[in-house]
Design a protein around this ligand. Structure first.
Ligand code: ZN
Length: 325
């Protein structure tokens, strides 16, 4: 593997409403593990919730800012409009049944690049997809989750960007970020990065006449791409600066380090480091079971806990060694 290339997805971050509805849907219905319960570092009176596989492996992490009183957003151009998870091809019928049982309205299965796609919305209107993939899965499943391992979500498959000027975005993906054009179907252009395949795919929809989206509840805030460590991240930062990008200085996000910039269509991109990871402040067995704060916010813990809405984390979220206690 080329360690200088972006190694697919690190995480995706979206804005939603009520935190408990968010927890119930992503853990109980989709079978993800809540791997971190923390606050929005820029707005510590609100949560930042992270879900993923057992340890929160980069490429499986979806994170949310739950803002119960914020207005609803609008899907449109200049946005990430769909988040797609990878499931084994043999899991398609299981998911049709499971989602239906939980009262989730499904569109599909439809066919895209010869694969079956189930589309649905989360409780706050965020557009999600499950892609039934025949080949090797990008990640392993969370074995102790409520969904049997054979059917469980295996991390992200792809994201879809909607753009009025597809070619501008394509140029940055290929010329600056190292993506390669892979396939085209109608107005959908697929690119891959790093080793390619599920977990390293981006689809760009060319929608020249569509209005811009508005980022609020039910929309994606940004996508983060994965880099090995701080040194590689600094190289990416210099590379982006040399291409005239608006890249930020490195930000310490406690569980990874981040730089942010916009692609020409307006979508916020991040490049995040693999280390230090989610076990930096609680053991893997206990991930997501307690509110964790960065050291600078610890002195305000009692105030923060008073302001945050109370939440319940499902018992099965704790790892095996916890259950044995
Ligand atoms: Zn991020």
């Amino acid at each position: 593997m080329d360690t200088n290339a972006l190694a697919g997805f690190h995480h995706l971050t979206a804005i939603v409403g009520d935190p408990q509805q968010n927890i119930d849907f992503y853990t109980r219905v989709l079978g993800q593990r809540l791997v971190k319960q923390t606050v929005n570092f820029d707005d510590p009176g609100t949560y930042h919730l992270y879900y993923g596989d057992e340890g929160g492996t980069p490429g499986t992490i979806i994170t949310f800012f739950p803002w119960p009183d914020a207005p609803k957003g609008r899907r449109g151009t200049g946005q990430i409009v769909d988040i797609s998870f990878s499931i084994p091809a043999t899991a398609l019928d299981y998911w049709v049944e499971r989602l239906t049982e939980y009262g989730v309205a499904i569109t599909g299965p439809t066919t895209r690049f010869n694969e079956q796609v189930l589309s649905f919305l989360d409780p706050h209107g965020l557009s999600l997809e499950l892609i039934a993939h025949h080949g090797t899965q990008p990640h392993s499943a969370w074995k102790q989750g409520p969904v049997p391992e054979a059917y469980a979500i295996r991390g992200f498959f792809s994201v879809t960007l909607a753009e009025t000027h597809q070619e501008r975005t394509a140029k940055m993906l290929t010329d600056v970020l190292g993506f390669r054009p892979l396939q085209q179907e109608g107005n959908r252009f697929r690119y891959e990065v790093g080793d390619g395949g599920p977990g390293a795919l981006i689809d760009v929809l060319s929608l020249p006449d569509q209005p811009r989206g508005r980022i609020a509840v039910g929309t994606v805030h940004h996508v983060a791409w994965r880099t090995a460590d701080d040194e590689h991240q600094l190289r990416w930062r210099h590379h982006l600066l040399s291409h005239g990008s608006d890249v930020t200085p490195v930000q310490d996000r406690q569980y990874f380090h981040s730089i942010y910039f916009h692609e020409p269509g307006g979508v916020l991109f991040e490049i995040a480091t693999d280390p230090p990871g989610f076990s930096i402040d609680e053991p893997v067995e206990q991930l997501g079971t307690h509110l964790k704060l960065p050291p600078r916010l610890e002195p305000s813990r009692s105030l923060i806990e008073k302001v945050l809405l109370p939440i319940r984390v499902p018992e099965e979220n704790a790892g095996r060694s916890d259950l044995e206690v």
